[in-house]
Design a protein around this ligand. Structure first.
Ligand code: HEM
Length: 158
């Protein structure tokens, strides 16, 4: 009985993974970039910022996993420091591609691997999206610090 339930679970899981693989192609990526108004000009701007942003990534990822570690609902997904360190390296490679505006075949493969890994462990989309927002807010903080003139105060900080 247990084996049947497990097989059904594995079949469902495989179907989900196949769907991820089929839906995410270079063509669908092109549609997403268009949706986000990211063209050659924006990619070049991103590449120009890359040298500034990349050195911040280890610290940003450190902060990310420190926050995750404080949330019992998701912290149990990590088996230990080695596990976290391996995922951090994979995240580092992934974000380096994004920051370099390198959205080729390797990026597509990387996104599929992330989808598979995070679905395999049953990470709920709400946590994935929250995690993504957390990483992005750290990156935006660096962009503001380095690229936005600091002359004006925000209205609500007065
Ligand atoms: C709170 C949100 C998240 C949690 C708790 C989480 C957790 C995990 C865990 C436990 C794994 C390892 C799975 C395994 O051992 O097979 C993993 C893999 C991974 N995750 Fe997440 N994740 C989160 C969000 C994200 C986000 C936003 C990204 C950004 C792109 C990301 C990128 C990755 C990468 C690159 C891997 C490694 C994939 C591979 O094996 O190649 N994760 N994640």
């Amino acid at each position: 009985m247990g084996a049947i339930v497990l097989n059904q679970h594995n079949d469902k899981h495989r179907d989900k993974m196949d769907k991820i693989d089929q839906e995410f192609t270079k063509e669908s990526l092109r549609d997403h970039l268009k949706f986000l108004s990211i063209g050659e000009k924006e990619l070049n701007e991103l590449r120009a910022m890359g040298n500034i942003l990349i050195p911040y990534m280890p610290e940003i990822l450190e902060r990310f996993y420190a926050v995750v570690a404080r949330v019992p609902e998701i912290s149990h997904l990590f088996t230990g420091r080695d596990h976290i360190s391996r995922i951090k390296d994979a995240q580092m490679r992934h974000w380096s591609k994004i920051i370099k505006g390198d959205f080729g075949e390797q990026y597509v493969q990387s996104v599929k691997a992330i989808g598979r890994a995070n679905a395999r462990i049953g990470l709920q989309p709400r946590w994935y999206i929250a995690g993504y927002s957390l990483l992005l807010s750290s990156l935006i903080e660096v962009v503001v610090k380095h690229f936005v003139p600091q002359k004006k105060k925000l209205v609500f900080s007065e």
